[in-house]
Write a protein that binds this ligand. Structure first.
Ligand SMILES: Nc1nc2c(ncn2[C@@H]2O[C@H](COP(=O)(O)OP(=O)(O)OP(=O)(O)O)[C@@H](O)[C@H]2O)c(=O)[nH]1
Ligand SMILES: [Mg+2]
Ligand SMILES: [Zn+2]
Length: 280
């Protein structure tokens, strides 16, 4: 019998088969495998014994949050409280591009900034739209529902950005716990603690605990470079140019002439720096 892992709590794996959720212990064949089932995994189970026998092949998996078979990610980004950060946004976009998960940028807390402040961010936001990302605000509920339909969407973003709040708006009967930002940020605590697939109509979403840091050492630096999708519009003479040191680099030229957003390039350089002194 096949189903999907919708929740993991300590050593219990909750598997949804049709309209039923069955609590399973992983056992049998899985004991010999290196990997445990993740939320999002399609598995075959023995319902009578309450065990998972097999994890079906994954289309992808993320490390943080630790989930599998995601088709789309909402990168929830607040204007304020916590402050808007292109650094975090770019890091998340890179992780998603590398894992071939479609990103949607979802902005929150516009109500906490003035129109004047918003203008400061507009150029940045328009840039992300220009290079091909869908950018929405958390108030556009109807549009958001359309974008979620038929996808397995993970909600990711900094702690306090408003992931659970938005999900509560989308699913009125959900009542996810929502936290005070000051407490969450100040103590490094997260309001959302475990990962669970929530399903309604044709929408499947995953609320996840926010994070404050991501590591990229699991990737190759060429993958990180390729994940900055707009760089490919400015091909360099050297096919393997890392766009950092070469003088005749077309990406650097595009940055200098304002075609590539400065913060994107700076975030790229700081990500590439993380690799220095590592492995190679
Ligand atoms: N003013 C305003 N407050 C918001 C908005 N969205 C969320 N909040 C508030 O922000 C705080 C944090 O929201 P949560 O939904 O718990 O944030 P989260 O992203 O789920 O945080 P973690 O679960 O810790 O990762 C709560 O007090 C919400 O009421 C918004 O659009 N405007
Ligand atoms: Mg939350
Ligand atoms: Zn270059």
């Amino acid at each position: 019998m096949k189903g999907q892992v919708v929740k993991v709590i300590s050593d219990k794996f909750f598997v949804k088969v049709a309209d039923e959720v069955i609590a399973c212990k992983e056992r049998g064949n899985l004991r010999h495998m290196k990997t445990l089932p993740l939320v999002g995994d399609f598995v075959s189970i023995d319902k009578e014994k309450g065990v998972i026998n097999e994890i079906l092949p994954r289309s992808n998996m993320l490390i943080r949050p630790n989930v599998a078979n995601i088709t789309q990610a909402f990168v929830v980004t607040s204007f304020k409280n916590p402050d808007f950060s292109t650094n975090l946004l770019d890091k998340l976009l890179v992780q998603l591009e590398i894992n071939k998960i479609k990103p949607v940028i979802c902005l929150t807390k516009r109500d906490l900034i003035s129109d004047e402040e918003y203008l400061k961010y507009k150029e940045t936001i328009d840039y992300y739209k220009k290079i091909g990302y869908l950018v929405l605000e958390n108030t556009e509920i109807k549009k958001i529902k359309q974008v979620l339909e038929g996808e397995m969407t993970v909600f990711t973003g900094q702690t306090g950005a408003g992931k659970s709040t938005l999900l509560n708006h989308l699913f009125k009967d959900l009542n996810l716990k929502v936290g005070e930002v000051s407490l969450a940020l100040g103590r490094g605590r997260h309001t959302t603690r475990h990962i669970e697939i929530l399903e309604k109509d044709k929408i499947k979403v995953l609320d996840t605990p926010g994070f404050s840091a991501l590591s990229f050492l699991d990737y190759k630096k060429e993958d990180v470079r390729n994940a900055f999708i707009e760089f490919q519009n400015y091909p360099c003479i050297y096919k393997d140019c890392m766009h950092d040191k070469e003088a005749e680099c077309n990406v650097k030229k595009a940055v200098n002439s304002g075609l590539i957003l400065k913060s994107r390039y700076e975030n790229y350089l700081s990500l590439i720096k993380e690799f220095e002194g590592w492995k190679w």
